[in-house]
Design a protein around this ligand. Structure first.
Ligand SMILES: Cc1cc2nc3c(=O)[nH]c(=O)nc-3n(C[C@H](O)[C@H](O)[C@H](O)COP(=O)(O)OP(=O)(O)OC[C@H]3O[C@@H](n4cnc5c(N)ncnc54)[C@H](O)[C@@H]3O)c2cc1C
Length: 427
């Protein structure tokens, strides 16, 4: 039996407990709760930072750590199978000297210890929480209406799409738009219901959001904006799922998915007395406020940040790795990594959408390349975001090489003129 099979069956890895004692100043045992991207990157970065003590990794799911972005893309499309998205097989965790516990969620946190669902207790002198978010469900949402957060969710949705001719997507954010795009490529008729007047306006602003909406409709999606959902209806024979909007319009389809964001996975911290409704509030190095010896990374963590002036939570892939590197260095008493420029991407309707920086700080946009903002081809469009005169973010649509060139400019705090000159120099 392989280590992977053993871990899946027993939920407990057989890896080495440690590579020797912890170095002076380092904790003896680091316990990482959440075996997703942030948890895995934390253990990898601990070893990369020279941490020599014991590491344990606890995960709610039986699967070894896997990558979520392909769940709405290649895996949903049927192009990839689950093996392809595994980030590290249990054997490789063994090589890192990590003891892992899969399929046994943490159920309670007390000072210096965590209780698992099987009744066991793990003691540690540093605890890192990386438990991500759960997909939010809507009131009255029937069981058969899908959400998408885990590998099991993606496989269930994929199986449903294989039998379906039509899909209703409730919530036109990044996951909703990616599922719509993948389903359209599979030949389904797709309707997206978005509550905002302009899709993506909160994440990307009105102008760029409107361009994203156009990208969807030009690809053949039926997009209904300002769509306030009244509730789910009994299907009327026209499809398996039906909904009604506040204005009385009804939509039905063979399959439906709700993509309305995520809620931090923190019920298990109820006894700590912390207000965790919008994640774990941390200082700028990831130390959880009010819980000594506890750090948090990834989707669940609201780090304080000078740019925002308040705790800020980011549900993006690169953020989990960036924060893991900072926390691991702090725990290993190693040099902190240089500050990272925020980054995320989304693949929709044949284009890679990329965003570097902090568009949420901006009050204006600045066209840099292409004419997507003025109604032209979206592909090749690159847009700057300005806070006053300062360039704070750059978004690109099918323009990966150009977008990458702006990273250094953003790191240097360039202004409008510098951004325009740079755009001209790129041609
Ligand atoms: C479908 C989909 C597509 C995405 N696409 C993109 C993309 O294109 N670009 C991008 O930038 N980002 C994308 N993301 C976001 C990105 O995947 C996340 O930001 C990233 O996974 C966050 O890592 P994390 O470790 O915080 O959370 P996760 O990866 O969710 O890991 C958290 C883990 O903790 C476990 N857990 C929860 N509670 C407990 C408990 N009590 N005890 C133990 N374990 C627990 C969970 O089961 C989970 O395995 C996508 C996300 C999804 C769902």
């Amino acid at each position: 039996m392989t280590a992977a099979e053993r871990a899946r069956r027993e939920g407990v890895g057989e890896g080495m407990h440690s590579r020797g004692g912890a170095l002076r100043g380092q904790p003896e045992h680091v316990l990482v709760i959440g075996a997703g991207l942030g948890g895995l990157r934390t253990v990898e970065q601990l070893r990369a930072s020279g941490y020599e003590g014991r590491i344990s990794l606890v995960g709610e799911e039986l699967h070894p750590p896997y990558d979520r972005p392909p769940l709405s893309k290649q895996l949903l499309a049927g192009a990839w199978e689950p093996e392809r998205i595994v980030l590290r097989e249990p054997e490789k965790l063994d090589e890192l000297g990590v003891r892992y516990y899969l399929g046994v969620p943490a159920v309670a946190l007390r000072p210096g210890e965590v209780e698992l669902s099987d009744g066991s207790t793990l003691h540690a002198d540093a605890i890192v929480i990386a438990t991500g978010v759960v997909a939010r469900r809507l009131p009255g949402q029937p069981e058969r209406v899908h959400t998408l957060r885990t590998l099991d969710d993606a496989l269930a949705l994929r199986a449903a799409l294989e039998q379906a001719r039509s899909l209703l997507v409730i919530g036109g954010g990044f996951i909703g738009a990616e599922v719509a795009s993948t389903a359209k490529d599979r030949g389904l008729e797709v309707t997206v219901l978005e509550a905002l007047a302009v899709p993506f306006s909160r994440a990307l602003g009105d102008e760029v959001g409107a361009m994203c909406g156009r990208l969807a409709t030009e690809a053949g999606i039926t997009l209904r904006t300002a769509a306030r959902l009244e509730g789910f209806l009994e299907p009327d024979g026209d499809g398996a799922v039906a909904v009604e909007l506040a204005d009385g319009t009804r939509f039905s389809a063979d399959v439906a998915i709700v993509g309305v964001g995520g809620t931090p996975q923190l019920d298990w911290l109820a006894d700590t007395g912390l207000d965790v409704r919008n994640g774990l509030v941390c200082d700028a190095s990831g130390r959880v406020r009010g819980l000594p010896g506890v750090w948090a990374v990834g989707d669940v963590a609201a780090w304080e940040n000078v740019e925002h002036g308040r705790p800020h939570r980011s549900e993006h892939w690169a953020n989990a790795g960036d924060q893991a590197a900072v926390v691991a260095a702090a725990i290993a008493v190693a040099d902190a990594p240089p500050p990272a420029v925020p980054y995320f991407w989304s693949d929709q309707f044949g284009l890679k959408i990329q965003l570097i920086g902090r568009p949420e700080l901006a009050d204006a946009t600045l066209p840099l390349h292409g004419d997507g903002l003025s109604g032209g081809d979206v592909k090749g469009t690159v847009v700057g975001y300005l806070a006053g005169d300062r360039l704070v973010a750059v978004a690109g649509f099918g323009a990966a090489r150009r977008v990458a060139r702006y990273r250094a400019l953003l790191g240097n705090g360039a202004d409008r003129t510098a951004a325009q000159e740079f755009a001209r120099s790129l041609g």
